[in-house]
Design a protein around this ligand. Sequence first.
Ligand code: HEC
Ligand SMILES: [Cu+2]
Length: 356
Amino acid sequence: MHIISPVLWQFLVKWLTNFALFPAEASTIAPYTDALYFFLILISLVGLVIVALLVFGFSIAYRAEKNPVATHIEGSTLLEATWTIIPLALFMVCFVWGALLYFRIYNPPTNAMNIYIVGKQWMWKAEHPGGQHEINALHIPINRPVQLTMISQDVFHSYSIPAFRVKREVIPGRYSTVWFEATLPGTYHLFCTQYCGTLHSQMIGQIVAMKPEDYQAWTAGSTSGASLAQNGERLYASLGCNGCHSGQADARGPNLAAVYGAKLQLASGSYVTVDDAFLRDTILNPSMHVTSGYAPIMPTYQGQVSEEGLIDLVEYIKRLNSNYRNQQTLTTSQVSPAQAGTVAPNATSGPGMVKQ
Ligand code: HEC
Ligand SMILES: [Cu+2]
């Protein structure tokens, strides 16, 4: 999609990077956003030069001593059509180009790995499915699409990685997602780009993009013992979810195995596809969308589970595909499927519970 020769392009990028005007292009999308950006700058510059030259030229050609009496001009259809159609064509090019890029930026590839981000005044927490936790840092492999599922615990924040040319609002009460594929190993800036209070400027961190083998080593070395799904399983038992969602035929709640990604019919007759946001909503607001064929007896868990706890539950239910147990070795989990239905003794102080 480059509009100029690759050699000139490389030169331009290197030059701008060295002058620190432009961060490195470290993701697959970066050259594309930059190409559009440079195109916008280019046409603005061309417009600027044309206008400046005309002002300069006309003020000499039509100066007072050469034209003592002003000429009355009625207008020119050709001229007006020209200065309407050419800018319109340019704007349409920007629009189509921008729209195509927008769809690319907003649609994550289906094979993207997912990492959760919780923003709060004033720090970024990252939770990897394997249970690795980080504060104000994010380790990721290069050459692999990564999707971030993000939520705020308090006010609006915005997760921005300039070197990857991505940025997305992080909203209280709702998951938002962003994806990227890093191409260059290195350490890059992470910024909060939404003014969020006194220490907003310190809500920054490091993105560490690593070669796949280094990332593997990092993952193995920083695990906290239990994966998110394993924490979720414990929480699921301690909150008594399995009292109703036991998966047995006489259970009071629907079987949640393989519910993720499924299309559910609601009592209202409409259909929803079960995604992360739906799971989170159901746990906090079960009456919002009641599944067809069931009584609205599920209690709300509002105020009882932290955002991290909700992520653990979501991650657990996501992996509750029938073969989940065969894939995971639940060495750290105290809860076995046989215990389903009993409330764990530490029901008030599980790992994901809200601390009052
Ligand atoms: C008192 C029984 C009960 C408890 C406890 C309960 N649920 Fe439910 N749950 C239900 C019923 C009944 C439905 C279906 C009706 C509805 O959507 O409200 C449901 C629906 C759901 C759904 C929507 C998916 C579907 O197939 O309908 C999810 C997800 C869910 N529950 C998760 C949980 C989690 C997680 C917990 C624990 C934090 C929990 N439930 C605790 C009874 C319960
Ligand atoms: Cu912030």
